[in-house]
Design a protein around this ligand. Structure first.
Ligand code: SF4
Length: 718
């Protein structure tokens, strides 16, 4: 299965390739395959294959790339790349097969299960890294071809709590309601549970600009990360107590008379109902819950409120909790009560994680959703999208299970699965159980670029193209829709996900409606999204190419026009009104509650999980890049020196970490940067050191987000 280095692609025809650069010698302008920053880069031919070069003109990263982006071309020519379909034979092994044979097997497997057990026995699982076109086509495939309600995606594990909190406060979910550049110009930023220095290093420059302009940075994190080291104030709460922390800060805001009464009266609703819960969280109580001393709480309020403008940015720390939605709501309440929303340089934002974490949650691969961020249970939304798809709205299935619930139902209610762009054997909570559920399926088909741990369990593996081998759009964490251009030809033997969906649809009786041309899919997506909350109707490939990104919402019939007469995008939301029926932002009354699992004598410590600088998500790509693997070769358990002393363990010695779901073993990494009651493990690896063997699938009641960020564990010398 070795793959020759990919050759540079011929310049594409059509508007998507027209600007800014598309000469084969100069290279092709595109974007990084990994995180939600979607850094601009140029791929150009080099002696050993395509090379990544900086592209300073792209405004988000201005040329800067982290090691993952800089080495991303290596995955294009990786020797472990899949280059032909694999089909499991009677001997139980995966063996090479022709595309026709593999696609026939997939169609037959899905049909067989549907005939025996009904439509909802066939499931679909997508990913937050899929392009907008793929996410859209996958959702349409599930609802129109398979007619199943059982579709969700791994983005449920990333941004869903912030999405629900956004919608209930502002009536619209776009991660950042302002461009990243605004961060550098505000007065104070509270960064909650984000380690930008490791997860998206080029974004650090916005924090540097903030400080250079006299602004202040407050970081909330149980660990003193490289990001926290740059803060003016680092609050180090117990895992799972961010909600109490936000309530405590808001209590002090009220007690010190720092609320913005005019803003609250003119632009919000619900303050009176919210206030009692806030006042029940007095500073000393919050100190007891969080471990953050009262003087630090007071200093945080002073920094936040003394600044002329300020922001709160959250990431997975507060969001990946069984109360993640309420936690984010508590931080939004802080912004609303102080008038730090709906005006320039102030507000709340979520730092989305996955490459298309924003667009991937807008166009129909979520269990309850239709394209354009429409709701599947809204009759008007069903009628609009069904008309675009040329189907009867009554034939569209209703909402299905959320991601973990879907995975948990495999082999029972859901007996066949088509999986695209995800590796849940490594990335899902309670991962060993998830692997068992996957193994219990009657039929599994996986589309991937490498033989991931999940693909290795499949009955059929379909090798597909990846980022620089195909054109498509993604939507970065700012809501900026960008064009990832095809820059190299794929290895012979692989097909695009869109081609795979089209071929499967044809075999399942739908010979129309699933084009392989991404621009054609995008044009249909534009029509399907028109009039919806995430309206892309005024965005085209040609415009993205010419403008290097267009912010949604961008309705075709917008009264706001660009100097060229095009419908204007919306870099800054909510300046005049929020997207609620009455135009006002909504406070949400929330109360602190403990984590689903608090430490007990049997499991006396907190485990929290996260990412490291040189790996990305389940590591399916980055673990195959030599330089990244050398920098971050495997899992570890970070623990405080006092805890290490108590356990009698030295740096580098193997530690066993046990939760109620399993046991993982990894070397100790002793560091004063973590709380003594907490251990940290990165989650990029399978096997003995897999952090997600331990994590808790307790779900947030509103977002169905699992509680990755906190569970109770026992730690012992292995
Ligand atoms: S910060 Fe994210 S998008 Fe930018 S180069 Fe690194 S992984 Fe890629």
């Amino acid at each position: 299965m070795s793959t020759p280095p990919a050759a540079p692609a011929a310049p594409q025809s059509g508007p998507g390739a027209s600007a800014p650069v598309a000469s084969p010698d100069a290279g092709v302008d595109t974007h990084c395959p990994y995180c939600a920053l979607q850094c601009g880069m140029t791929l150009r031919p080099g002696p050993g294959g395509p090379e990544v070069v900086e592209r300073p003109a792209f405004p988000v990263n201005r040329g800067a790339l982290c090691g993952k982006g800089r080495t991303s071309a290596e995955v294009l020519s990786s020797a472990v790349r899949l280059t032909g379909p694999l089909v499991r034979g009677a001997d139980g092994d995966l063996a090479p097969a022709s595309w026709d044979e593999a696609l026939d097997r997939v169609a037959a497997g899905l049909l067989r299960v549907r005939a025996a057990h009904g439509r909802d026995a066939v499931g679909v699982f997508g990913g937050g890294g899929l392009t907008n076109e793929k996410a859209y086509a996958l959702g349409k495939f599930a609802r129109v071809v398979l007619r199943t309600s059982q579709i969700d995606y791994n983005g449920r594990f990333c941004m869903s709590s912030a999405a629900v909190a956004h919608q209930r406060a502002f009536g619209l979910d776009r991660g950042l309601p302002f461009p990243l550049a605004d961060i550098g110009a505000t007065g104070c930023v509270i960064l909650v549970g984000s380690n930008l220095a490791d997860t998206m290093p080029p974004a650090l420059r916005y924090l540097t600009e903030l400080k250079r302009n006299g602004g202040t940075l407050i970081v909330v994190d149980p660990r003193r990360t490289r990001t926290a080291e740059q803060a003016d104030l680092h609050l180090q709460p117990r895992p799972g107590t961010d909600l109490a922390l936000a309530l405590g800060l808001l209590h002090l805001v009220v007690a010190e008379g720092r609320t913005d009464a005019d803003f609250v009266a003119a632009r919000t609703t619900g303050w009176e109902r919210t206030l009692p819960g806030v006042m029940a969280h007095w500073p000393e109580l919050v100190e007891r819950i969080t471990g953050v001393p009262v003087p630090q709480l007071r200093r945080a309020v002073a920094l936040f409120c003394d600044a002329p403008e300020s922001m709160v940015l959250t990431a997975r720390g507060p969001e990946q909790q069984a109360k993640g939605t309420d936690t984010v709501s508590a931080w939004i309440n802080l912004c609303l009560a102080t008038g730090r929303a709906g005006r320039p340089l102030s507000g709340y934002g979520c730092l989305t994680g996955q490459g298309n974490g924003q667009g991937g949650r807008e166009h129909g691969q979520k269990a309850d959703q239709l394209p354009g961020y429409r709701k599947l249970d809204d009759p008007a939304a069903r009628a609009h999208v069904a008309a675009v798809w040329g189907v009867d709205p009554d034939g569209l299935p209703g909402p299905g299970r959320s991601a973990y619930e879907l995975l948990d139902a495999l082999g029972r209610d859901v007996r066949a699965l088509l999986l695209m762009g995800s590796n849940p054997v490594v990335s899902a909570p309670r991962a060993r159980h998830v692997a068992e559920r996957i193994a219990a399926l009657d039929f599994l088909a996986v589309c991937d670029v490498v033989l991931s741990e999940t693909a290795a369990l499949a009955d059929v593996v379909l090798p597909v193209t990846q980022w620089a081998e195909e054109t498509g759009t993604t939507t970065n964490l700012e809501g900026r829709v960008i064009l990832r251009r095809k820059a190299v030809d794929p290895p012979p033997g692989v097909r695009t996900d869109l081609e795979v969906l089209g071929a499967l649809a044809e075999r399942l009786g739908h010979d129309k409606g699933f084009p392989a041309d991404p621009e054609e899919v995008f044009d249909e997506l534009r029509r399907a999204s028109a009039g919806g909350p995430a309206d892309y109707s005024g965005i085209s490939y040609a415009r993205i190419a010419a403008e290097d990104g267009v912010f949604w919402p961008c309705p075709q019939d917008s009264a706001e026009r660009t100097p060229d007469g095009e419908p204007a995008g919306t870099p800054r939301l909510f300046l005049d009104r929020f997207a609620t029926p009455d135009g006002r932002a909504r406070f949400t009354p929330v109360q602190h509650r403990p984590a689903a699992e608090e430490p007990t004598p049997d499991f006396p410590y907190y485990l929290t999980t996260g990412r490291v600088l040189s790996q990305y998500q389940s590591g399916a790509q980055t673990r195959r890049v030599r330089e990244l693997n050398e920098a971050a070769p495997g899992p570890f358990v970070q623990l405080h020196p006092r805890l290490a002393d108590r356990l009698g363990v030295a740096d580098g010695e193997p530690l066993a970490v046990t939760s109620r779901r399993g046991r993982a073993v990894a070397p100790a990494r002793v560091s004063p940067a973590i709380r003594p009651d907490t251990v940290f493990m990165p989650f990029h690896w399978p096997g003995e050191g897999s952090a997600n063997t331990l994590t808790n699938p307790a779900l947030d009641p509103a977002s169905r987000m699992p509680e990755f960020k906190v569970c109770a564990v026992r730690v012992e010398k292995a």
